[in-house]
Design a protein around this ligand. Structure first.
Ligand SMILES: C[S@@+](CC[C@H](N)C(=O)[O-])C[C@H]1O[C@@H](n2cnc3c(N)ncnc32)[C@H](O)[C@@H]1O
Length: 451
């Protein structure tokens, strides 16, 4: 339903015919841009939608959304917006000072319409800070249903610099975090969040596997992860385990580097570092049975449980003890964690040059957009940002093989977004997430203005 009323809001999009709406968007082909023919996006990056028909709209977002509505209502998988926070601080490029009620009056019709743009299982992510968080949350709870909301806290600043001097003088508390209010059309589910590295090392991981190379351990880990493994795979796993020898990390590090054990060395060698843990009584019984069949000189072997789990067992243990630590766990499997609803791992400093554009105090880290787009979409899905600013959302969506729509009313549409996206398309933007996703260039966008 497009003409949606919530509180005092009424959106008159239905009164516009689809044709009139569409006609209010005029393409300026001089500003549209396609990659040169020799720069192509790998098909594998684009999923089921090989066309890369992205749109950049220059104009006021409520009008632009109404114009886009006939084509895009119900089609968008992820909407991310980073609207003015109403902090009162003056920004050269856009208004940022309303009364609280005035700000909500501004946001309300846009949010109502954006919610309509989402597909059945789409997500709306709104970034905001303390100034308007409470009012925005209550409004979204009514619009989207409170059960469909999740609030994520993101660390957006470091407790350093000028603000700390002021805070120390005044005895205040520095602002380090912002919020992302995530609303799922079908609830908060179906997200695929990448695990993030733990910032501490568990000191139990201090045994290094020697006598085995990285490829052999990768092969072993693949067999462990595959529940449909064959008897031949299990034999191969046993053969790999038979090559192990064990040494303490301190010794190996000293021998290989001549120096003391460091956190960096542990992380670099996590692929071959293990710890021991006890198993269930059932798994120990299986280990006891197999252990008597292997030669005492064999350092380790595998067992397969009734649930098709494959455990690596260290041969040297005392079977008469009730819970000996016989199972080996690999450090690289346990060094990452689910980021949960508190994202403190994304780098927020030194990003002034990201995308090759300076958008002081407004630009968001590409890594943050990568997480939001990555957890909510697949290649080929549509991503929309109606408060595009310097174009971070489109740049990241593009590099991730998602189709995008961005709307921006300020001159930054021409001074920031177009040059930034041209560099992405040409493959010359090596900043932000480019290297992490292996971006090489390709695709294009069409530029429209409102008439
Ligand atoms: C905080 S900035 C977004 C920054 C962006 N996330 C980035 O990483 O560059 C908000 C942007 O919304 C734009 N904006 C504000 N009101 C708008 C409106 N009614 N229509 C279109 N753009 C609008 C402003 O011009 C500004 O560029």
């Amino acid at each position: 339903m497009l003409a949606c009323t919530l509180g005092r809001v009424s959106i008159g999009a239905r009164s516009q015919s689809a044709e009139v709406a569409r006609k209010s968007l005029l393409e300026d082909t001089d500003k549209s841009y396609q990659a040169p023919p020799w720069v192509t996006v790998p098909r594998s990056l684009l999923g089921a939608h090989p066309t890369f028909d992205n749109r950049l709209i220059f104009g006021e977002n409520l009008r632009a959304l109404r114009a886009l509505a006939p084509e895009f209502v119900g089609k968008i998988k992820c909407i991310y917006i980073d609207p003015p926070y109403n902090t009162g601080s003056s920004f050269v490029r856009y208004q940022n000072a309303w009364t609280h009620a005035g700000w909500l009056d501004f946001m309300r019709p846009r949010l109502v319409l954006l919610w309509e743009f989402l597909c059945r299982d789409g997500f709306l992510a709104v970034q905001i800070d303390d100034n308007e968080f409470a009012r925005l949350f209550l409004f979204l709870a009514r619009l989207c249903g409170e059960q469909n909301l999740k609030v994520i806290t993101v660390k957006m600043a470091e407790p350093t610099g000028v603000k700390m001097t002021q805070v120390i003088t005044s005895g205040g508390i520095p602002k380090l975090k912002e919020y992302i209010i995530l609303a799922g059309k079908a609830g908060i589910r179906g997200l695929h969040l990448e695990r993030v590295p733990k910032d501490t090392w568990d000191d139990e991981y201090r045994i290094v596997l020697e006598g085995v190379n990285r490829d052999a351990l990768l092969d072993l880990k693949a067999i462990i992860d595959d529940p449909s493994r064959s008897a031949g795979d299990i034999q191969r796993a046993d053969d790999i385990c038979a090559t192990f020898s064990f040494a303490l990390a301190e010794e190996v590090c000293r021998r290989e580097t001549g120096g003391r054990l460091t956190r960096a060395w542990l992380h670099d060698n996590a692929w071959r570092i293990v710890r021991t843990v006890a198993t269930s009584a059932g798994a120990k019984r299986l280990a006891d049975e197999k252990r008597v069949t292997v030669a005492p000189s064999v350092p380790a072997f595998v067992i397969e449980t009734a649930q098709k789990k494959l455990y690596v067992i260290k041969t040297a243990y005392n079977p008469s003890r009730p819970q000996p630590r016989i199972r080996l766990l690999f450090a690289d499997d346990y060094l990452t964690v689910h980021p949960g609803d508190f994202w403190q791992d994304i780098k927020t400093t030194g990003l002034g040059d990201e995308g090759g554009v300076d958008f002081t105090n407004g630009k968001k880290p590409e890594a943050l957009l990568r997480r939001i787009i990555g957890m909510t979409t697949q290649p080929g899905d549509w991503v929309l940002d109606a408060f595009a600013g310097s174009g971070t959302t489109g740049a990241v969506a593009h590099k991730m093989g998602r189709r995008w729509i961005m709307i921006e009313q300020g001159e930054q549409c021409h001074t920031h977004i177009i040059p930034r996206l041209r560099r992405v398309i040409d493959g010359t933007d090596r900043s932000g997430i480019s290297q992490a996703v292996g971006w090489q260039g390709g695709g294009g966008f069409r530029y429209f203005r409102l008439v």
